[in-house]
Design a protein around this ligand. Structure first.
Ligand SMILES: Cc1cc2nc3c(=O)[nH]c(=O)nc-3n(C[C@H](O)[C@H](O)[C@H](O)COP(=O)(O)OP(=O)(O)OC[C@H]3O[C@@H](n4cnc5c(N)ncnc54)[C@H](O)[C@@H]3O)c2cc1C
Length: 219
């Protein structure tokens, strides 16, 4: 276990939170994590799908993937999840920024097998595509052999949230340029488009009802 100070947000600590519920909300709202680790003394950061199962952070990938082999061998890792909520346009470029919610988790991954692997795969599927696990064909033993499913305990983590209006230097509010310049937040929202059927889907095949519910559920 690292020194607890390692996960203390030092830069702009007012944006930090130690609320585990908030961390869970952010993890449950995001879809992509960036996993950082070291391979042969070189840092690598790789985007992957993920899910949270209680206090575990889950990922899966090809057993032939460099990232997954390195992580399964116990290389220390950092998983970062970021949700971008808006662009913050301040009077100065220096204070212009982003609104966001982000989580960083540190630790090592372990390889899951048997029932815990199936449960993890179901959790990842249902996080990304709620309703799909029971509808699509489930993995064969050959497919499971070709897959590494990894879990990291969420014990060392940090949360940082940027929100609100621009934090301008007061002097910039009173200059001719600053006084007349529009400033504020341009929100960024995520939404699903209308489903596009694969050309091989027979016509008149209904779009599953669960896909319709996704529009209401995101971030
Ligand atoms: C979408 C987005 C865009 C950003 N753009 C910029 C940018 O352009 N320039 C910039 O300087 N910073 C940016 N940040 C903030 C950036 O992520 C860092 O927090 C910041 O650069 C300070 O880094 P540091 O290593 O000095 O942090 P420190 O405060 O020294 O980090 C100490 C500990 O705090 C935690 N921590 C730090 N940052 C985060 C975070 N974002 N989320 C969760 N935990 C964290 C980690 O556990 C870390 O080990 C951005 C963040 C997000 C989410």
């Amino acid at each position: 276990m690292r020194d607890p100070d390692f996960t203390r947000v030092k830069r702009l600590p007012e944006k930090a939170s130690v609320d585990r519920g908030l961390m869970n909300q952010i993890l449950d709202a995001g879809l992509v994590a960036h996993i950082g680790t070291v391979d042969h003394e070189s840092p690598i950061v790789v985007p992957v799908a993920y899910a949270r199962l209680n206090e575990q952070f889950l990922i899966h990938g090809s057993a032939a993937s460099r990232l997954f082999k390195v992580l399964a061998a116990g290389s220390p890792a950092c998983a970062t999840v970021t949700i971008l909520d808006g662009l913050v346009l301040a009077r100065s470029l220096f204070e212009s920024s982003m609104n966001y919610r982000s989580v960083m988790i540190f630790g090592t991954f372990t390889l899951l097998e048997g029932d815990s692997e199936i449960a993890a795969l179901q959790t990842i599927t249902e996080h990304l595509m709620p309703g799909r696990w029971n509808d699509a064909r489930q993995p064969t033993s050959q497919e499971l052999k070709a897959t590494y499913t990894l879990a990291m305990n969420i014990t060392e983590w940090s949360v940082k949230v940027g929100e609100g209006d621009p934090d301008d230097n007061p002097a910039d509010l009173h200059t001719p340029q600053g006084r007349d310049l529009w400033a504020g937040v341009v929100p960024i929202n995520y939404s699903y488009g209308d489903p596009i059927p694969d050309p091989q889907v027979p016509t008149n095949t209904l779009i599953p009802a669960y896909i319709r519910t996704w529009k209401a559920h995101k971030t």
